[in-house]
Design a protein around this ligand. Structure first.
Ligand SMILES: Cc1cc2nc3c(=O)[nH]c(=O)nc-3n(C[C@H](O)[C@H](O)[C@H](O)COP(=O)(O)OP(=O)(O)OC[C@H]3O[C@@H](n4cnc5c(N)ncnc54)[C@H](O)[C@@H]3O)c2cc1C
Ligand code: FES
Ligand code: FES
Length: 477
């Protein structure tokens, strides 16, 4: 069993072992590799100062390099990957055209955020020769600048023309083949100070580890767990961790269509889902557009959002309204459970201790279905939901509702469907349901007040979200 993380860093094979293998990627880069161009500000995935490019296999396609937040990635997740940092962007002949454009447009003052902006924008320029203002903004929703302001950064990105891609200077076919071999080996890290981390390389190993260590924490993209670890809430200093990283298990990778059902593997990222459902469930793709930032979506998984079980998890109302199911597996067998039966209490899942989620199955709505999924928060990008909602209505030829799904997040201890409201809708026309159903929703839910807002605010908003949906589908009289 290998006990050191092996990866490529800026075109060179490197290893991390002992206590260093338990560091976050950003701490390892800065403290062990002396690559201090990667900055750390928030250590919570919110500011983008620590952005690097992460290269991983992408099914049968060439390797994919995405901007990611190094501050919430553990090294064990990176076994068999290729990390490219800001230090590799310029050439001996000079700055990369994007760096030169930032300089020429006065888009950097203290400079602390600048490497992160460069790496985030490379997520675009590695594949495109030019960048529109909208694209520049979309690629940097996960980056904060406290002193320059954003317009000059957008101007700089727009000024760049046909920059040479960075990744091919470091990532050859030979490197990719070597890393594929690394990924096929299981890894187990041990430290008397930091604990144990397993990174199995196939599903059988993962299930056996889950059965043998039911108290070990499963780690997918680590975007929920990494934040609480950095805050010291989970595994505080002095309390050794025990984790099982799923990243290298090929059976959990990818998104595929099985007829009219999209099957999202447990390792599939939200970015992959956003692209895969773009044509057939556009409303879900649109919802994912405002989920976190490109850096988070490049590693965060749909299964992680589901398993985290937060009542304000953005995808949950949509998945509930679409009648999604979860595939569950253990060493003794597998089963499929409707998502509506997975949550049995606040962050409490109907899973046996030896079970894990292997996929989410999402049926595409049948043609002519009315479907909408929304999240309400204080700003459009990178914000936590106040209330989330999703509605799916099927109608007969004369416009009467034959089947209804109404699901909310943020108005109770779990995201949940409202069966009484769904029953109330059947037989009605959407245009007749506006106030009666919105009022019934307000009476049905039991929201609570918290730091983000009051129970009453959530109640009114929940009703109004249905009013807005129904009015949008009501012909003007
Ligand atoms: C900056 C930032 C912005 C964010 N923005 C949003 C947002 O807009 N909307 C939103 O809803 N969330 C948001 N999140 C939360 C987080 O990104 C999502 O919940 C994400 O989907 C978690 O996926 P992950 O793969 O990173 O999960 P992880 O952190 O790896 O794991 C999450 C949970 O799932 C469990 N788990 C993982 N894999 C499995 C499995 N196969 N079977 C069973 N359990 C498993 C883990 O043990 C853990 O309890 C944000 C987080 C950050 C840091
Ligand atoms: S340091 Fe802020 S996102 Fe990593
Ligand atoms: S230049 Fe100072 S934070 Fe952006």
């Amino acid at each position: 069993m290998r006990n050191a993380v092996q990866l490529y860093l800026n075109g060179r094979r490197v290893e991390a072992s002992g206590d260093a293998a338990f560091l976050t990627l950003s701490d390892w880069l800065r403290d062990e590799r002396r690559l201090t161009g990667t900055k750390v500000v928030c250590a919570e995935g919110d500011c983008g100062a620590c952005t690097v490019l992460l290269g991983r296999p992408d099914g049968d396609r060439p390797w994919r390099f995405d901007p990611v937040n190094a501050c919430i990635l553990g090294l064990a997740q990176l076994d068999g990957t290729h990390v490219v940092t800001i230090e590799s962007v310029a050439t001996p002949d000079g700055l990369h055209p994007l760096q030169a454009a930032l300089r020429d447009n006065h888009a950097s003052q203290c400079g602390f955020c600048t490497p992160g902006f460069v790496m985030a924008l490379l997520g675009h320029f590695e594949h495109h020769g030019t960048c529109t203002p909208r694209e520049a903004k979309n690629h940097t929703t996960g980056n904060l600048c406290r002193c320059t302001g954003y317009q000059t950064i957008v101007d700089a990105a727009v000024a760049v023309r046909e920059p040479p891609p960075v990744v091919p200077r470091y990532h050859t076919n030979a490197v990719a083949q070597e890393l594929v071999a690394v990924r096929s080996e299981p890894l187990e890290l041990h430290s008397s100070t930091h604990g144990r981390v397993h990174a199995p390389s196939d599903l059988a190993q993962l299930l056996a580890l889950r059965a043998a260590h039911p108290d070990a924490r499963l780690v997918a993209g680590n975007t929920d767990l990494g934040v609480v670890v950095n805050k010291g809430t989970l595994w505080p200093p002095g309390s050794p961790r025990h984790a099982i990283v799923t990243a290298k298990v090929p059976e959990l990778c990818g998104v595929r269509w099985d007829g009219d059902v999209v099957v999202v593997g447990a390792n599939a990222t939200l970015g992959e889902v956003e692209r895969a459902v773009y044509d057939r469930i556009p409303e879900l793709s649109r919802l994912l557009r405002v989920f976190a930032s490109p850096q988070i979506k490049a590693v965060a998984t749909l299964v992680g959002n589901v398993a985290n079980g937060s009542p304000i998890g953005d995808t949950l109302p949509a998945l509930l309204a679409l009648d999604a199911e979860v595939q569950i597996q253990s060493v003794t067998g597998s089963r499929v459970l409707p998502l509506s039966e997975l949550y049995v209490g606040y962050r409490n899942l109907a899973l046996d201790r030896s079970e894990l989620l292997t996929a989410v199955r999402i049926p595409a709505p049948v043609p002519n279905t009315l479907f909408s999924a929304v999240k309400v928060c204080q700003r459009k990008d990178l914000d936590i939901s106040f209330v989330g909602a999703a509605f799916r209505l099927e109608r007969d030829d004369v416009g009467r509702i034959t089947d209804a799904r109404v699901a909310y997040g943020g108005v109770g201890p779990t995201a949940a469907r409202l069966p009484a409201i769904e029953a109330l809708l059947v037989g009605q026309r959407v245009e007749d349901s506006v106030d009666v159903v919105a009022t019934a929703i307000e009476a049905e839910i039991t929201p609570r007040s918290d730091v983000r807002g009051s129970a009453e605010g959530r109640r009114v908003l929940a009703g109004n979200l249905y009013r807005r949906f129904a009015l949008a589908h009501t012909a003007p009289s």
